[in-house]
Write a protein that binds this ligand. Structure first.
Ligand code: ATP
Ligand code: MG
Length: 442
């Protein structure tokens, strides 16, 4: 493909005779379209449209364990006093019980992976970055950072980020503050343009998908009026669980950072913001997809999106701080040769389903397809590799119809998109689907 980035070619080295066989079989498949399947022409028609909710992680929340030493937490948050929202935040030391916040990345404690949409995205993210991962540069990270000891002992470094809503700098009417803890020894993946960490996120418990008033306790809920006097919160949804369950909860998420001077992360965030909700929902049963000749599982196509955050203030030393894309952590990259043919068709179907709602991912490589034990409707301990959950990631080169319309409206005919191989989304799809998807995934 003419404009395809050079680094994208790296995986082609792994092409083997098996791959060649796959290409042949996909060409045969192309030559004999499955016209016998009546609804094949319909994009991704669900045979069974029931939503299949993921397991309610509120049952797995860890509420005890070591807390960040109180004096340390108080000193940290004093640094936020210059922000008006900080004094009213749920995370102000005057609001949080001394048992919280928990020490980040503590030895032996695994916080549940956030797998369903938050009830609302945090508007302000306080990022704890004592090992200096935010510059997204390996050489600037604290080399010997050890989360098992250093969160308790070493000084913290706080950075304030805002949810990027497109209207930079505008004050948002409601503050929903969350805290994100990043650590150099919690790297989860690295791409040509990015570093991905498993971060721990503290959010108001009321924002969690499975939140209910009487969460995890037998006691009657306290009267809202009684709480009103004792708690100072601006989170409009907070209805009072103080004393019954901690007002914040710790979950795990994937935090993607982009290297300096690279625009892939911002593009990816735009795509996530435009994806229809259905792309990250799980359905029971199977679906049929254009180009795939058998029913495939009707799971989510992409990870949940938890927001794109940009630094609120320029750092004093004027150094670079990456924006942060927060998404659901969805496992590890696939190794093509370990998938059976049904699994390969399932992975290919995700590209097809994305295309059917008007997007081309445009970077079709095994490293951009994740696998984890499933199904996600079961508790994590009951999930199995034999019923896997796949997810397509990395939309830093993706194109959608909205973008194409903008380009077409450009009168001088110029196009800044180096990835654009065809005049239309379908042109681009044909360019990518045949040589890449079929080779690796079918
Ligand atoms: N949501 C996620 N859950 C788990 N792991 C992830 C997630 N997103 C990314 N990763 C891991 O991080 C790696 C790099 O992420 P990603 O592919 O998004 O970055 P990139 O720099 O755009 O990649 P590329 O080199 O393909 O351009 C992935 O290959 C994967 O191993
Ligand atoms: Mg990638």
């Amino acid at each position: 493909m003419a404009g395809k980035e050079k680094d994208d070619q790296s995986d082609t080295a792994s092409e083997t005779s098996d791959d060649a066989k796959s290409v042949r079989s996909s060409q045969e498949h192309e030559a004999t379209p499955a016209t016998s399947v009546e609804d094949l022409a319909l994009p991704c028609k669900g045979l069974c449209d029931d939503l299949d909710p993921v397991y309610d992680i509120t049952k797995l929340l860890v509420d005890d364990g070591k807390a960040i030493p109180r004096p340390k937490f108080t000193a940290m948050t004093a640094a936020l006093d210059e922000y008006e929202w900080s004094r009213h935040s749920l995370f102000h030391p005057s609001c949080l019980p001394p048992t919280h916040p928990l020490l980040p990345h503590a030895l032996g404690i695994t916080h549940p992976n956030l797998e369903a949409p938050l009830r609302a995205l945090p508007t302000t993210l306080v990022v704890h970055d004592p090992s200096n991962v935010l510059p997204a540069n390996k050489s600037e990270r604290v080399r010997d950072w050890d989360s098992e000891t250093d969160w308790e002992d070493d000084a913290d470094v706080l950075r304030v980020y805002r949810l990027h809503t497109g209207a930079a700098g505008e004050a948002l009417p409601e503050e929903r503050v969350a805290h994100l803890y990043l650590a150099a020894d919690r790297t989860h993946g690295q791409g040509h343009h990015s570093f991905v960490y498993i971060g721990e996120l503290d959010v108001a418990r009321t924002l969690l998908p499975g939140y209910t008033h009487t969460l995890g306790n037998e006691q009657p809920a306290a009267e809202p009026d009684a709480l009103a006097g004792s708690i100072s919160l601006r989170d409009p949804e907070f209805e009072g669980v103080l004393g019954l369950a901690p007002p914040i909860a710790r979950v795990s998420v994937a935090a993607k950072l982009g290297i300096k001077g690279d625009d892939h992360l911002a593009r990816e965030a735009r795509m996530y913001a435009r994806f229809p909700a259905a792309l990250s929902q799980h359905h029971r049963g199977t679906t049929r997809c254009t180009e795939i000749d058998e029913p495939v599982p009707y799971g989510a196509v992409v990870p949940q999106f938890f927001g794109y955050y940009v630094p609120c203030d320029e750092p004093k030393d004027k150094g670079y701080l990456s924006a942060i894309l927060l998404v659901e952590a969805c496992g590890t990259s696939i190794e093509g040769k370990t998938l059976n043919s049904h699994e390969r068709r399932t992975t290919a179907s995700l590209f097809s389903r994305l295309h059917d709602v008007g997007f081309v991912q445009n970077s079709e490589y095994p490293r951009n397809m994740l696998i984890q034990p499933g199904p996600l409707s079961l508790p994590p301990v009951q999930r199995s590799r034999s019923t896997p959950s796949f997810r397509l990631i990395d939309f830093g080169r993706a194109i959608d119809e909205e973008e194409l319309n903008i380009i077409e409206a450009n009168e001088d005919g110029t196009c800044s998109l180096t990835y654009l191989a065809g005049d239309t989304l379908d042109g681009l799809w044909r360019h990518t689907w045949r040589p890449y998807v079929c080779r690796y995934f079918l």
